[in-house]
Design a protein around this ligand. Structure first.
Ligand SMILES: [Zn+2]
Length: 127
């Protein structure tokens, strides 16, 4: 459930659709509904979100490349394979920007269950 919420750009903890973003790129420190801080005391949270973005984009590039190869068989047209892959590689991180944060938040919550202080809203999660 956490990962599904993260993949759909929702707060992984409470499921709120607005979660940690005002717009596509403007982040806020806490979920609007539950107040859960996305960093959870971790200074390198963005590194995990960047890794999630990279993995999702790479997966998209691999799928598009495979589909392009299968559609152009038996004579593979290189440009019909390269152009879609480059487009996905360039647009993927932009399109997936907020999803990479909520997905990584879901993975983080799955790996490190929230403490009692976090659940009570007492922990300083904005470090
Ligand atoms: Zn929330």
């Amino acid at each position: 459930m956490l990962l599904v919420r993260g993949l759909t750009r929702r707060c992984p903890w409470c499921g709120d659709r607005r979660a940690y973003f005002h717009g596509w790129f403007k982040r806020q420190e806490h979920c609007r509904r539950c107040g859960h801080g996305y960093r959870r005391g971790d200074h390198a949270f963005e590194l995990g979100a960047t890794t999630a973005s990279f993995v999702l984009t790479l997966g998209g590039v691999l799928v598009v490349t495979l589909v392009a190869i299968l559609l152009s068989l038996p004579d593979i047209e290189v440009w019909w394979v390269v152009i879609p892959a480059v487009v996905v590689a360039l647009l993927g991180p932009i399109v997936l920007y907020p999803i990479s944060f909520t997905l990584w938040q879901a993975v983080d919550l799955w790996m490190r269950r929230p403490t009692a202080e976090e659940l009570a809203g007492e922990a300083d999660a904005t470090l």
